[in-house]
Design a binder for this molecule. Structure first.
Ligand SMILES: [Zn+2]
Length: 380
């Protein structure tokens, strides 16, 4: 099943077993970055690591047998999925309860396997958060269509057709031809006005994150003045698509535009980050300093290279996160515990503190700074 909505997350979060543990598997199956063979090898390694972890797990025989069956199922699904088109796979399984949910993700997750009492849903909420619901507004001289696009899917919201008389070319008196032209132009302007008004009503009602506008090239300057300032503020870019194009074409263009928008946002954040670093301002870089800034509550935006992970330590008492070499918590002197992926824990900690998380697609200038860094809050 395709993952696309909050209701799917809610359904998963309702599942809980008293007797067994649940397996949650996330696999990066993005064919634009890795070959099918590389994806299969990564899946194999991930499962082998999970099997070793299961072996060492302190749990009842029944719990372990259920998880072992889950891992077999996950292996089968991962092998079968490696050739499919989606950039990510999520598998939730609890064989003891005959529970299985397989989701095709619109975006590559961080590959990992989690054993827990309930389904691990954070990667899904992260994807939902990153995919803004965009409205595509398409207009030409007599038609208008509105689509909602989110997580790789598109739905027609509304459409509108105006009665615009055809322009008659040649023949007739010059005065008469001019009169018809004015009449047609007035009808077209009325059509734009109505369509723009309708767009504004939609925004007031639904509050979308942003919208993109598509129209024939020569109409851009005609349509723009009709947009309400509130709507114009949320205009994120232009499409080449027209109302007569198929939803598939509109979706493809919208997604490409969304990727471009996100890329330029990433670049802007990295630019700000490197500028702050260079002048010794409100930024820090590298795992150690970023974890320290998090502990101090100084992080405004945590910037992480997508897929970057690193082992680390955490204090069982103050829950602070440390790099691998911090055996004793500097704050309370307790012995720290191993954390498989301290980057993931850092992201969670940042979310809890209402910091922004910015995942950056590699390669980027962040690679030079240890793949992780942070913009810091103003010191008061
Ligand atoms: Zn401590």
């Amino acid at each position: 099943m395709k993952f696309s909505s909050r209701s799917q997350v809610e359904a998963l979060s309702r599942f809980r077993s008293e007797k067994f543990l649940t397996l949650s598997l996330f696999l990066d199956t993005d064919k634009s970055r890795s070959s099918k063979k590389e994806i299969l090898v990564a899946a194999k390694n991930l499962l082998a690591e999970a099997r070793a972890r299961l072996e060492a797990l302190d749990a009842s025989k029944e719990k372990k047998a259920s998880l072992a069956a889950d891992l077999d199922k996950a292996q089968e699904l991962a092998a079968g999925d490696a050739g499919s088109g989606s950039p990510g796979l999520a598998v939730y399984a609890c064989s003891g309860e005959k529970f299985l949910e397989v989701l095709a993700l619109p975006e590559a997750p961080r590959s990992r396997i989690v054993f827990d009492r309930n389904p691990y849903i954070r990667p899904l909420t992260q994807i939902l958060g990153e995919y803004r619901r965009l409205v595509a507004f398409l207009v030409d001289r007599r038609e208008a269509k509105w689509y909602a696009a989110a997580t790789g899917e598109i739905a027609l919201l509304d459409e509108m057709k105006s009665e615009v008389p055809k322009m008659v070319k040649g023949g007739g008196e010059r005065e008469e031809a001019r009169r018809i032209e004015r009449h047609v132009e007035a009808a077209v302007q009325e059509h734009y006005k109505k369509a723009a008004q309708k767009t504004f009503e939609m925004f007031k009602k639904n509050g979308f994150n942003g919208f993109v506008l598509g129209c024939p090239d020569n109409l851009v300057s005609e349509i723009e003045p009709h947009l309400h300032p509130y709507v114009k503020e949320r205009l994120r870019g232009w499409l080449r698509a027209k109302p007569s194009d198929s939803p598939d074409v509109v979706l493809k263009e919208t997604m490409a535009l969304e990727r471009a928008i996100r890329k330029s946002e990433e670049e802007a954040v990295i630019k700000q980050f490197t500028a702050e670093l260079e002048k010794g301002g409100r930024a820090c870089s590298g795992l150690k300093d970023s974890l320290r800034a998090l502990a101090m509550g100084e992080v405004q935006t945590l910037i992480v290279t997508k897929g970057f992970s690193a082992p680390g330590r955490s204090c069982p008492r103050c829950k602070l996160l440390y790099p691998e070499d911090e055996i004793k918590c500097p704050a309370c002197e307790r012995k720290t515990e191993t954390v498989l992926d301290v980057v993931d824990e850092a992201i969670e900690a940042a979310m809890r503190r209402d910091a922004h998380i910015r995942n950056v697609q590699p390669p980027s200038r962040l690679d030079r700074y240890g793949q992780i860094g942070a913009l810091l809050r103003f010191k008061s």
